[in-house]
Design a protein around this ligand. Structure first.
Ligand SMILES: *Cc1c(COP(=O)(O)O)cnc(C)c1O
Length: 391
């Protein structure tokens, strides 16, 4: 039986592990097509290699990030593994330079897998008082001669923003490859590949999905050889996204800009509100003038917004008082704002920084908030009421 296409307006979920190949001629053609970079082959082979539902979702991510190529994998961490592995060559001893303010999972991966198990020489580049200094970056690159640099556009939890354009231009000058995790900034605010980044990755689990109901990662780039090598890596290591998750991603991502725009507006409103409260000692939001990276953020993002995350610290005479206020706040809002360890969800959610980062950010009063896309009055109302109750 040959399957007839129906007039569905969107790509359906193809759950086949292997596709029907009919005869020897079709098999030969399918294998030729499989190694062909052209999309939409006439015949698919095996879903770990390529899958039509996954490809439909890839095209949607590609439209947003604006790169020539995008491949989807089963998580943000898989995207990171794939991205860095593209540059790992046997015998190449050059160090890799990681910015220090990056996702905790990436730091653990770099320490425990890349360094300890794969023998990569990992170096760290640190900000000073919340700012990455360009001259210092150039001097480190000149001395260390790294093979690649790994950076995030908005960091976690302090929402630091490097002068990405300056960083990229120094990296290019010294022939250093650039990998960017653009999960927090998203292409709505900044498209790293337009400014020379070699590979851009995303945890599509977060803003692209936007509904907290799937795990996925994206790897985007403009270099055909590099991206072909990414497709091979995904195939050989089995990092492929499932058709079910790809289907949900391909529909949910259609509202990405609307959602993210509202999340940025909500974050801006909440940052301003928190800044005016007596029980809050400090608010970290790149849209605020006193944030160390306010100027960098303005240059990179123009007037589009400053992201959907806000981090703030409760005031107190002692660590115990700060912690008590933080806990009271969590308790007070608990019906409406849940403690959930992710971000980019439809509703606003929070995480205590101390519990996640431990020694790196031990501030007992600190909370990280991921704004949802609720109406602004709804979320400002909840926070205003809660702040009034904190003694
Ligand atoms: C969540 C996250 C990741 C990891 O993504 P998963 O989809 O959870 O594997 C990587 N980078 C950043 C910035 C993240 O927020």
């Amino acid at each position: 039986m040959k399957n007839k296409p129906v007039n569905s307006a969107r790509m359906p979920i193809y759950r086949d592990s292997g596709f029907e190949l009919y005869d020897a001629e079709t098999i030969a053609e399918a294998y030729r097509g499989e190694s062909d970079p052209e999309r939409i082959p006439d015949h698919y082979l095996y879903s770990r290699y390529r899958n039509p539902t996954v490809e439909a979702a890839e095209l949607e991510v590609q439209k947003l990030e604006g790169t020539k190529w995008t491949i989807l994998v089963e998580s943000g961490m898989a995207a990171i593994d794939l991205a860095v592995s593209l540059f790992q060559d046997a015998g190449d001893k050059r160090p890799w330079l990681f910015f220090s303010e990056i996702y905790g999972g990436t730091i653990s991966f770099a320490d425990e897998i890349l360094e300890k198990r794969r023998g990569i020489d990992i170096r760290e580049f640190n900000p000073v008082n919340g700012k990455y200094n360009l001259d210092e970056f150039e001097s480190v690159v000149r001395n260390v001669r790294p093979k690649l640099v790994y950076v995030e556009i908005i960091s976690n939890p302090l929402l630091l923003v490097p002068d990405a354009i300056g960083i990229f231009s120094i990296a290019k000058k010294y022939g250093v490859k650039i990998i960017v995790d653009n999960t927090f900034a998203t292409p709505y605010l900044f498209k790293p590949a337009d400014h020379g980044a070699d590979i851009v990755i995303h945890s599509a689990t977060k803003y692209f999905s936007g509904h907290g109901n799937l795990t996925a990662g994206a790897v985007c780039g403009n270099d055909e050889a590099l991206m072909k090598s990414a497709i091979k890596y995904r195939r050989y290591t089995g990092h492929m996204l499932s058709a079910d998750d790809a289907y949900r991603l391909s529909t949910q991502i259609l509202t990405f800009s609307l959602r993210f725009k509202q999340q940025c507006l909500n974050a801006e409103a909440i940052a301003a509100l928190l800044q005016g409260s007596e029980v809050i000692s400090r608010v970290w939001y790149p849209g605020l003038k006193d944030h160390p990276a306010h100027n960098e953020a303005k240059i990179l993002f123009g007037n589009k917004g400053f992201g959907g995350m806000v981090t703030f610290d409760f005031a107190g005479k002692s660590p115990a008082e700060k912690r008590r206020r933080r806990n009271e706040f969590i308790e007070t809002v608990s019906e409406k704002i849940k403690v959930i360890p992710t971000l980019g969800d439809p509703r606003s959610i929070i995480m205590p920084v101390e519990s996640v980062w431990g020694e790196k950010y031990p501030e007992p009063g600190m909370l990280r908030m991921s704004l949802g896309f609720e109406e602004t009055e709804e979320i400002t109302g909840i926070i205003t009421d809660a702040l009034k109750k904190i003694k």
